[in-house]
Design a protein around this ligand. Structure first.
Ligand code: HPA
Ligand code: MG
Length: 240
């Protein structure tokens, strides 16, 4: 079974195991849907399974370890960016809690939940509004871990980071489940990215619309375990 995956961080580098040492191109095949359990209501709406749920969980476990190594010395505030971040957030925190339970060293963690709204429709002008969550002054002096579902152009995250820094946290790190790769040949010609790279990345994905594991297309597909590529039928069916 071919694997479409490139756990992020060392793309093309020699430190990835041989099976993983591949970049994901726009021609990446993915896995056939009938190899997996897919909700019947989405049977015609997906092209391929791109990242199976089991692999998501294994990668998340490893990320938890890296996060604790990188920021585990001091009270962590884990900040979930809703709605897309909720699955990754819940699973990541479960793994971090397991590390805290089973190690000599443990640190307290508190949680908060925010939503982001672009001021000027969603053309990513760089202006965002934080909705919900506690007063941001609670972040002062804390190690803040922002947990996101996907970083696309990076504009929103850059804006959020500069906003949070005004409250003087001790440290801010970003864990993103996926990062859209803009340096595949196809996308290089029209770069949209501001070149932002999060501290912790689950998977790098090409600039194709992916759904599942809380990533949505007009609110649909959050109820799907695997990360999949949406089909044309799916796009039409759930068009806004
Ligand atoms: N899927 C879901 N949400 C997104 C995506 C995507 O591929 N890119 C930007 N937001
Ligand atoms: Mg998001």
């Amino acid at each position: 079974m071919p694997g479409p995956l490139c756990p992020a961080g060392r793309r093309g580098g020699s430190r990835l195991p041989p099976g993983m040492r591949r970049s994901i191109g726009d021609d990446e095949q993915g896995y056939d849907l009938d190899l997996f359990c897919i909700p019947k209501h989405y049977a015609d709406d997906l092209e391929k399974v791109y990242i199976p749920h089991g692999l998501i969980m294994d990668r998340t476990e490893r990320l938890a370890r890296e996060i604790m190594k990188g920021m585990g010395g001091h009270h962590i505030v884990a900040l979930c960016v809703l709605k897309g971040g909720y699955k990754f957030f819940a699973d990541l925190l479960d793994y971090i809690k397991a590390l805290n339970r089973n190690s000599d060293k443990s640190i307290p963690m508190t949680v908060d939940f925010i939503r982001l709204k672009s001021y000027c429709n969603d053309q990513s002008t760089g202006d965002i509004k934080v909705i919900g969550g506690d007063d941001l002054s609670t972040l002062t002096g804390k190690n803040v871990l922002i947990v996101e579902d996907i970083i696309d152009t990076g504009k929103t995250m850059k804006t959020l980071l500069s906003l949070l820094k005004q409250y003087n946290p001790k440290m801010v790190k970003v864990a993103s489940f996926t990062l859209v790769l803009f340096d595949s040949l196809l996308v290089k010609r029209t770069p949209r990215s501001v070149g932002y790279r999060p501290d912790f990345v689950g998977f790098e994905v090409p600039d194709k619309f992916v759904v599942g594991y809380a990533l949505d297309y007009n609110e649909y597909f959050r109820d799907l375990n695997h990360i999949c590529v949406i089909s044309e039928t799916g796009k039409q069916k759930y068009k806004a």
